[in-house]
Design a protein around this ligand. Structure first.
Ligand code: FES
Ligand code: FES
Length: 154
């Protein structure tokens, strides 16, 4: 069946089964491979995208549930003001280690900053707790979110 989905401001017609996870539509049909597969079970956050601005696990989101909602992925988050601040802070503080989890981390952090420009430590913990990093970059992630929130430009 063909579904119309809006991804990063572009409308796409995709011919897939309705229960196909958005993650696989992004990666395999649209070639947007910045969104990663980690657990496939909603437990790690590697596949996080925004749906109408809300951080969402794309591995748990069937394509037929999206409708007219707007999907944003790591490939386009830098075009938003919160996303640009987060990405700059990530670079300034050299957050990334192996990198595998970082698309999802940046998507969750950008959504946090968009909804809460001055998050407390507890707000950060709540927003980021579903994003697992096996390299243990949590300390730098928190510092980078604080730098982005402070408006520092490095
Ligand atoms: S791959 Fe979706 S939460 Fe882990
Ligand atoms: S940077 Fe390696 S898993 Fe997070």
């Amino acid at each position: 069946m063909t579904f119309q989905i809006a991804v990063n401001g572009v409308d796409h017609a995709v011919d897939v089964d309705g229960d196909t996870p958005l993650l696989w539509v992004l990666r395999d049909v649209l070639g947007l491979t910045g969104t990663k597969f980690g657990c496939g079970a909603g437990l790690c956050g590697a596949c996080t995208v925004h749906i109408d601005g809300s951080p969402t696990r794309s591995c748990q989101t069937p394509v037929d549930s999206i409708g007219k909602s707007k999907v944003t992925t790591i490939e386009a988050i830098g075009a938003t003001a919160p996303g640009a601040k987060i990405q700059k802070a990530w670079l300034d503080l050299e957050v990334v280690q192996c990198g595998y989890c970082q698309s999802g981390q940046i998507m969750s952090a950008s959504a946090l900053l968009a909804s809460n420009p001055q998050p407390t430590d507890s707000d950060i913990d709540d927003a980021m707790s579903g994003n697992i990093c096996r390299c243990g970059t949590y300390g730098r992630i928190r510092a980078a979110i604080k730098q982005a929130a402070s408006g520092e430009r490095g």
